[in-house]
Design a protein around this ligand. Structure first.
Ligand SMILES: [Zn+2]
Ligand SMILES: [Zn+2]
Length: 462
């Protein structure tokens, strides 16, 4: 059965029109859980329990053919490095939040950890990570980006944990002041570099490169998590673009002469917004504000004492891979429940349409608008991973059915869900025709593949 057939079946199952299925056939139905340079290793998330998302840098592309002796770019850049070879078991990793989750082991090698906020389900394994990373990854502490207002609290906790970690039952120093001997530690093994971050900050991810030409940076964004200091992040890349078009026919000596005479011969680097992470937020934190419009969006967004973020929050929705929180899944709930979700600082599934529709970047990337999407503007469409589901929607199939029911139709072909945390014991144990077969090693499921699987299970279907 083709995916189109399956999805047509699905339209019968869910009582929806076939017109909404068109986007599944536009080549976007198999959106990868990766960006140009980053792949998803682990996604374990359950609201109030733990969230940790681990990404790994892909291998650099194969090196270009050896430059000829007259290679112009080579003359300028003197790039004679041999291609990067992996010396460690894993490539460089980064982590969004470090709650206590089953994917902690995957997170340990991460050199950079991005903390969205201070709730324990997002920081519960923070100091375990700092200790384990320093002990097992060469001795240097990892770097932790922390919402700046929370830095004092994190430092306080770190110091308390360090006291605990360095505790010893050996007797205290004797009267002569002699220190304990015999190998007991008096110093904690927790080692971490804490970096305070504010919305609008952009910082380089030093030490992480892909080949010799691509480096990475992060940007921080204000979101709205019921008054708790909270940030969203994007990870971007910049790739050296080589010589400007007009200089590419010149030889090395001519290029050198231009450089000596202070001519800028290099093209601007290619910048990509690759990965975005919303952290915990309500709809106000993600919806683009409309000024004086006649739409029905909440015009108080990013107002009311909360100054507009220096970066357009729309950057998150133009990313190649977006991790978006989604806590409340029942689209049949009324506005009161949606209001409650907002007051708690979380997204309700009925918020999704308005949020995504408010972002031109997402429309441009082929998302919410079928008309724009069908034109195909050549931009890589956003893959979306929903995480932070509430446990009250367990088991996994129930949660996925609610998401299918409530999600805007146009989004489904490009959506994944971090679902492994909601699998029931029965779902985990079932072998034949099991949802387990659909769950990727990173813990996510493709919504399109789930729909196909559901359709294939219908009685009377082959
Ligand atoms: Zn949370
Ligand atoms: Zn939270």
């Amino acid at each position: 059965m083709t995916i189109t057939e399956s999805l047509q079946d699905r339209s019968m199952v869910y009582g929806q029109t076939k017109q909404t299925l068109l986007l599944f056939d536009d080549g976007h139905s198999t959106t990868a859980m990766s960006s140009t340079h980053w792949s998803t290793v682990s996604t374990w998330s359950k609201a109030g329990v733990g969230t940790c998302i681990v990404l790994e840098l892909k291998d650099p592309p194969p090196p270009p053919p050896p430059p000829s002796s007259s290679s112009l770019e080579d003359a300028i850049l003197h790039h004679h490095q041999t291609p990067t070879t992996k010396s460690s078991r894993t490539g460089p990793r980064i982590v969004f939040d470090v709650g206590a989750t089953p994917c902690f082991d995957d997170a340990i090698p991460a050199k950079y950890v991005f903390l969205s906020h201070g709730h324990i389900d997002h920081v519960g394994a923070l100091f375990s990570h700092a200790r384990a990373h320093a002990m097992t990854c060469g001795g240097a502490g990892a770097t932790y980006f922390v919402p700046a207002p929370l830095l004092p609290q994190v430092e306080l906790c770190r110091d308390a944990m360090a006291v605990l970690d360095a505790s010893t039952s050996r007797p205290p120093p004797d009267a002569d002041g002699e220190e304990n001997k015999g190998g007991s530690r008096s110093k904690s093994l927790i080692d971490m570099k804490l970096v305070p971050v504010r919305a609008g900050d952009e910082m380089p991810l030093r030490g992480i490169k892909c080949g010799s030409k691509t480096s990475f940076f992060m940007r921080a964004f204000d979101v709205d998590h019921a008054g708790h200091p909270a940030l969203g992040y994007v990870i971007g890349s910049r790739t050296t673009a080589g010589l400007k078009e007009e200089y590419r026919m010149l030889d090395g000596a001519q290029i050198r002469d231009l450089v000596k005479s202070s001519v800028s011969v290099m093209a601007d680097p290619i910048e990509r917004i690759e990965v975005a992470y919303t952290g915990d937020t309500c709809a106000r934190g993600l919806t683009k504000k409309r000024r004086g419009g006649d739409d029905n969006l909440d015009t108080t967004i990013n107002e009311g004492g909360c100054k507009p973020p220096p970066f357009d929050i729309g950057q998150l929705f133009g990313a190649e891979l977006l991790f978006c929180e989604l806590t409340y899944l029942d689209s049949a709930e009324d506005e009161t429940r949606r209001y409650v979700a907002s007051e708690r600082g979380h997204l309700h599934i009925n918020d999704i349409d308005g949020i995504f529709a408010s972002h031109d970047t997402y429309r441009k990337g082929g998302g919410i608008s079928p008309n724009v999407a069908s034109q195909g503007d050549g931009e890589k469409p956003t893959s979306i991973v929903f995480y932070h589901l509430s446990a009250k929607y367990q088991p996994a199939c129930h949660a996925l059915d609610l998401i299918v029911e409530g999600l805007p139709h146009q989004l489904r072909g490009r959506c994944h869900v971090a679902i492994s945390s909601l699998l029931s014991q029965k779902e985990k144990k079932t072998v034949e025709d099991s949802i387990n077969e659909l769950i990727r090693p990173c813990g996510c499921i493709s919504l399109a593949e789930y729909l196909q699987w559901k359709a294939a299970l219908l009685p009377g279907r082959s």
